[in-house]
Design a binder for this molecule. Structure first.
Ligand SMILES: [Zn+2]
Length: 268
């Protein structure tokens, strides 16, 4: 099963660029279906209020279930003091399975990492080229799995790619997604240095074409088992493990957290 681990859905409210205005699903889902992508991890577009954005995302995920899987977005700075409550709502009410943090807003704080650890959620972090912060949060929270978006930089920052490749090799809890990485040889280097177990295929849809991004993984020319790790097996292991309900003991049913009971089992 091919899983796209990086896509956006829903509307932003800033209206200055596509990524803070709208992330429509129709064309993305058509393209993804043609490309053989069966599941897609989605998180909101940039927004000034992620409580609202996460709720809207939940409605989009419900509309396209089971193809879409939600990740909650939080702004570690603006949402300071309410992160745990937001994460709890995301997991228990919406059935979300991870967090997304964007470094243009703020980097992961202790509050974010502790919520991720408590609810056993992976955290996708766009460090926006500032790969040095990974050396801070990754060893502080070894039980939290961090997925570094765009191999560290959407802006082709090769220094960030180089550093993230080293961090993939060094930290067991650091992974990266391939979305938007144009400098192809850094993907080659990442597999060589860190192994196929450390990369997840992502598209950065709907703004990038999922089939185009998927073809990059094919072009790596890896063994089928390695290709399968990147295209879906790694995501399945990281994202679809059971999250905790937050009390450290009981577990929410596997992909069945919705109060309305329509969250069908996400069996992959
Ligand atoms: Zn993105």
């Amino acid at each position: 099963m091919i899983i796209d681990s990086h896509c956006h859905a829903g509307r932003g409210d800033l209206l200055t660029a596509p990524w803070n205005t709208d992330a429509p699903m129709e064309s993305y889902l058509r393209r993804a279906r043609r490309a053989g992508i069966e599941r897609t991890v989605v998180f909101p577009a940039f927004h000034t209020d992620y409580v609202t954005a996460n709720r809207e995302l939940a409605r989009v995920v419900d509309q396209w279930r089971p193809r879409l899987v939600g990740f909650a977005m939080v702004n570690p700075k603006n949402d300071a003091g309410r992160v745990r409550e937001m994460v709890r709502e995301a997991v228990v009410r919406h059935g979300f399975r991870g967090l997304k943090i964007h470094g243009h807003e703020a980097m992961p704080t202790r509050e974010v990492c502790e919520a991720a650890r408590e609810f056993r959620l992976p955290v996708i972090v766009d460090v926006a080229g500032k790969a040095h912060v990974i050396d801070m949060f990754a060893p502080q929270y070894p039980k939290v799995n961090f997925i570094i978006a765009h191999l560290g930089s959407f802006a082709d920052d090769w220094r960030a790619h180089e550093r993230v490749v080293e961090q993939l090799a060094r930290y067991p809890n650091v992974y990266a997604d391939t979305s938007g990485v144009r400098r192809f040889d850094y993907l080659v280097l990442a597999v060589k240095r860190a192994g196929a177990r450390k990369l997840l295929f992502g598209s950065d849809g709907p703004w990038l074409h999922p089939a185009l991004e998927l073809n990059k993984i094919r072009l790596l020319g890896l063994l089928p088992a390695e290709t399968n790790l990147i295209l879906g097996d790694n995501a399945r292991n990281l994202i679809f493990a059971r999250p905790s309900q937050g009390d450290g003991q009981s577990q929410v049913p596997f992909a069945g957290q919705s109060s309305c009971g329509d969250h069908l089992a996400f069996v992959v």
